[in-house]
Design a protein around this ligand. Structure first.
Ligand SMILES: Cc1cc2nc3c(=O)[nH]c(=O)nc-3n(C[C@H](O)[C@H](O)[C@H](O)COP(=O)(O)O)c2cc1C
Length: 366
């Protein structure tokens, strides 16, 4: 790639959007000085957490919102629409750019700094000002339910403890866990580096060895309490050591995959806004995803008792949120205060994300 153009600079920033397990289910095609096509994909074929592609749809929404914010830093407005006839498996979003003299979006400086914090955080109560900006960030189509008392956190810690049992013993989740961690790494371009996972080095070494073979996982879980250390370190302690857990709830049930893209826009606005007011965030999406399966009547595992556990967990989650089985949940996370994580996922270089990596002449916006 030659001298970076304006569109390249925008895409360099946009690619820092979050995606489930850092899968980056997007590629970019520059079709003209004011037109980028975002080619989305999903991971439902191999990742059980990508229920009907919706986790990827949310990542697409996060990417499109990040692209919009990034464009404001170059004096451009960006608006996107799904291409006519595009399918949810491989959607194409057309992004049109136009000169715009309004000021850069205040979330712009936070795009690259935003990152997952999976370790325990300090937990000062959210201030009224923080609550207000977080609620405003997600827009009128969503409500934010904030759980921040000691009793709330203990209930959620128990929910996550039981949820993690499903995650860690489910044979269908095993290949995902085996493949998405880059062992021994502090940074990873296309996965989650081991040091960002949130376990201590000894547990990390053990996890690496055990995850090398499903029979080891099964043996450890059955006879040696193999789920205990990861559940304590990855679920219970972080659930207690935070300021609040937050549930993003759409006011209306999703009516098609584009509503999940919209939820991804709201998620990214929440995350960037949290970053802008000094809060780190960790998504806690697996209880939401197991509930999606349970309430849709879809089976995610051949292990029938695990399905029953997911069903029971959905009911408990609804009791905590005071919700009915038909009420939609879009995104669940915890927020808190901590130093910037020393380890994080990075991203594939832009050259690997461009469908046509050759510089096209004249791709400066008019
Ligand atoms: C839809 C979605 C679901 C996610 N679910 C989880 C989750 O359940 N637990 C978690 O620790 N991180 C979760 N993540 C965070 C991703 O793993 C993370 O964004 C990705 O690895 C890139 O890292 P970064 O956000 O630090 O740049 C999720 C992200 C997205 C977009």
């Amino acid at each position: 790639m030659n001298e970076p153009t304006r569109l390249h600079r925008i895409l360099e920033l946009a690619r820092w959007a979050p995606s489930g397990d850092n899968t980056q289910p997007w590629r970019f095609e520059i079709l003209g000085p004011d037109h980028i096509a975002v080619h989305g994909s999903d991971t439902r074929d191999w990742c059980l957490y990508d229920f009907r592609g919706h986790a990827s749809h949310m990542a697409h929404g996060a990417l499109l919102e990040t692209l919009r914010i990034a464009a404001t830093g170059s004096g451009l407005s960006a608006s996107w629409s799904p291409r006519d006839g595009t399918q949810d498996h491989a959607p194409v979003y057309d992004v049109k750019l136009a000169p715009d003299s309004t000021e850069a979006d205040p979330l712009l400086p936070h795009i690259e700094a935003r990152t997952v914090q999976r370790r325990p955080m300090r937990g000062p109560r959210l201030t009224a000002a923080q609550r207000e900006v977080l609620v405003a960030a997600v827009g009128d189509a969503y409500t934010l339910q904030i759980f921040d008392t000691g009793a709330d956190k203990r209930r959620i810690a128990r929910l996550l403890w039981d949820n993690a049992y499903i995650r860690l013993t489910c044979p269908e989740a095993y290949p995902v866990h085996r493949d998405i961690i880059e062992w021994g790494a502090q940074f990873s371009e296309d996965r989650i580096p081991e040091r960002a996972v949130g376990v201590d080095p000894m547990t990390g070494r053990l996890m690496r060895w055990v995850l090398g073979d499903w029979r080891r996982v099964d043996f450890f879980n059955r006879y040696l309490g193999g789920t205990i250390a990861p559940r304590v370190q990855l679920d219970v302690v972080p659930a207690l050591a935070c300021s609040a857990h937050v549930l993003l709830r759409p006011r209306h049930a999703p009516d098609g995959w584009l509503d999940h893209v919209a939820a991804g826009v709201a998620m990214q606005r929440l995350w960037l806004t949290a970053q802008s007011v000094g809060l780190h965030l960790q998504p806690e999406m697996t209880p939401v995803i197991f509930r999606w399966y349970a309430r849709a009547g879809d089976v995610f595992t051949a292990d029938a008792p695990l399905s029953a556990r997911a069903e029971a967990l959905a009911t408990r989650f609804e009791a905590i949120a005071n919700a009915a089985p038909g009420d939609p949940f879009a995104f669940f996370c915890r927020l808190g205060v901590s130093a910037r994580p020393a380890s994080r996922s990075t991203r594939l270089p832009l050259s690997a994300l461009l469908i046509d990596p050759q510089d096209r002449p004249g791709d400066e916006p008019r």
